[in-house]
Design a protein around this ligand. Structure first.
Ligand code: ATP
Ligand code: MG
Length: 569
């Protein structure tokens, strides 16, 4: 799990360009003229939740391979389970893929587009004596499947005649039977060591409307009976999925072998799904967090969803770089979430304008600065991008600095303010702390400083002081709500729990959101939703969509440095 130590050093462009195992396979296929050298992949989300960073990994992989090898990548909604699927999810998935920077062009498909063809294929299996209707309840069917080390028990309905099966399957389709009373099963091998080959269910009865086919169907194909055939119908060459499907592959091939007589076959390849420390990734669990209001929706900035990351201030580039950096593996592993944070910090450092924001304000009165005078200082926007120009920051007699930039009795190495000490206010003057005021609880409430007019930044002769602080002119400051996020889970592996009475939610971090009011320099008034900034010396922050004309709301994307790494490692 030291991936980030090994990998953070190199940026994606400079890292060694050795091929990953899928690229090796594809290049070999191209060399051998397989599929006439064509590469066609697909991304097949089930519209039963919002996309998360694991899906983003799969999107980058599938669309990325297609791009690299001049191929194509389809978007296909795997919408075979009407009870959990919704239009809202379809829309959000499309929005997220586009935002990540990928384009399926005119190749948007739905597995439900193939329901007629799939039904015909099921009829073919029945007619070929390779599928039968089972009248047993699902519990009994699973019981008879048994365990991998012992042969299963054949269903008493396994030897039904082809005619009887055909009649029953037609009647299932017509809606004559209630949910759960019958299923269609492929007749494969009840003794197979692979449980998926023990006469898998391929159609079930569900009297549920479908988001696209409405009430046309009351029987629906299972995932395994849908996926490979959909790949076939779309001309997919490399069907890439995660490792849990390795054991499904013989079944994927069995259906194609028994239904298709052309030579062309799509082929399934598996890679290790992305797991992140301090993160849960399963859609079921994310849905639970949303429904039970542990978070404020799928796009809560603490969620590992693409929409949550977007709202948090992540950029598409940072997510793509992350996906590239972690590469693809054939074995299960957990990536340090710090690597994702590193990727966004790296990109925002290049593009985010710098501004001053004081989040825990302490008022400083500059006693010798002329009352009513305002100086418009010209400060850089981004030292990483000198062409971007400068911004105007007003300076006046009263400014705010951070409370923790002053200590009443500072140690020698504290290079910020203390009684009698000097610091530079960045881009302005050197000030000296002459006096301070405390309230009845001993909290420092005001500092009284003098400034040295000879020390204006950029004015030639420069006296040096060790500390430089950010600041905001009190009279010009814009108040903003600032939402400071911490990790949603306090346990590195949220799924690990002490005992069975607890679940992953017992590992939620109780302090994952803190809301404060900050003082921000006035140039921020122009900011628009999702604009990103570096609050100097603090971190990266992004304008939240909750902002209104009268109130700016910021989300902290990441602090400037990985403070967590220091504390916990
Ligand atoms: P979850 O297990 O989170 O509920 P899922 O696999 O059921 O996700 P799908 O909508 O079926 O979600 O996934 C669409 C595609 O994204 C599939 O090809 C799947 O393999 C891939 N995918 C899902 N989760 C990850 C992950 N963590 N890492 C990489 N790819 C993933
Ligand atoms: Mg799935």
């Amino acid at each position: 799990m030291n991936n980030n130590e090994k990998k953070t050093g190199a940026s994606p462009d400079e890292k060694n360009k050795s091929l990953n195992f899928l690229e090796t396979i594809i290049e070999e296929d191209i060399k051998n003229g397989k599929h006439s050298g064509k590469v066609h992949t697909r991304f097949p989300p089930e519209p039963n939740g919002y996309l998360h960073i694991g899906h983003a990994k799969s999107i980058c992989l599938n669309f990325g391979l297609a791009k690299k090898y001049n191929g194509q990548c389809n978007l296909r909604f795997d919408d075979t389970n009407p009870s959990k699927e919704e239009e809202e999810y379809v829309d959000s998935i499309m929005e997220d893929i586009k935002w990540l920077g990928f384009d399926w062009e005119d190749r948007l498909f739905y597995a439900s587009d193939y329901f007629d063809q799939l039904f015909e294929w099921a009829v073919k299996l029945v007619k070929d004596g390779k599928a039968y209707v089972d009248d047993q309840p699902s519990e009994l069917i699973s019981e008879q499947k048994g365990v991998p080390t012992r042969p299963g028990t054949e269903s008493p309905f396994r030897s039904r005649s082809m005619e009887e099966n055909l009649g029953l399957f037609e009647r299932m389709k017509k809606g004559e039977f209630p949910n759960g009373t019958r299923v269609l099963r492929a007749k494969i091998d009840m003794n197979s060591p692979n449980m998926h080959m023990r006469d898998p269910v391929i159609y079930r009865i569900m009297h549920t409307g479908h988001h696209r086919t409405g009430n046309k169907w009351c029987i629906y194909p299972m995932y395994d009976f849908t996926h490979g055939q959909s790949d076939y119908l779309e001309g997919i060459t490399h069907s890439i999925c995660t490792l849990e499907f390795v054991v499904h592959r013989p079944l994927y091939d069995w259906f194609l072998d028994n239904l298709i007589d052309t030579e062309y076959r799509p082929r399934q390849y598996e890679f290790a799904r992305l797991n992140l420390s301090y993160t849960v990734m399963s859609k079921r669990k994310l849905l639970e967090l949303v429904n039970e209001k542990y978070v404020n929706g799928w796009d809560d900035p603490r969620m590992p969803t693409v929409s949550g990351l977007r709202r948090r201030g992540y950029t598409p580039e940072s997510i793509r770089n992350f996906a590239d950096r972690i590469g693809i593996a054939k074995r299960e592993n957990v990536i340090d979430v710090g690597l994702l944070e590193f990727s966004v910090r790296e990109h925002l450092n290049k593009i985010a304008p710098r501004i001053f924001a004081v989040l825990n304000p302490l008022k400083v009165i500059i006693t010798n600065y002329p009352e009513g005078q305002v100086e418009d200082l010209d400060l850089e926007i981004n030292p990483e991008d000198p062409n971007i120009g400068s911004r105007i920051v007003p300076f006046s007699k009263e400014v705010y600095i951070e409370q923790n930039d002053f200590m009443e009795d500072p140690p020698r190495k504290f290079f910020r303010l203390g009684p009698g000490r000097e610091v530079r206010l960045k881009g302005a003057y050197i000030i000296k702390c002459e006096d301070y005021k405390k309230d009845e609880n001993g909290n420092i409430t005001e500092l009284y400083c003098t400034y040295d007019p000879e020390t204006k930044s950029g004015s030639g002769t420069q006296r040096k002081v060790k500390g430089t602080l950010h600041w905001v002119s009190a009279e010009h400051a814009v108040d903003a709500e600032v939402r400071i996020y911490d990790r949603l889970f306090s346990n590195e592996f949220p799924d690990k729990v002490e005992d069975d009475s607890k679940d992953f939610k017992s590992n939620l971090n109780q302090d994952s959101l803190k809301v404060i009011t900050g003082k921000i320099e006035p140039s921020v008034k122009e900011a628009k939703v999702l604009d990103k900034f570096q609050f100097q010396r603090l971190g990266y922050y992004c304008v939240d969509p909750d902002s209104t004309e009268n109130k700016l709301v910021f989300n902290r994307t990441v602090p400037l440095r990985d403070s967590w790494a220091k504390q916990n490692k």
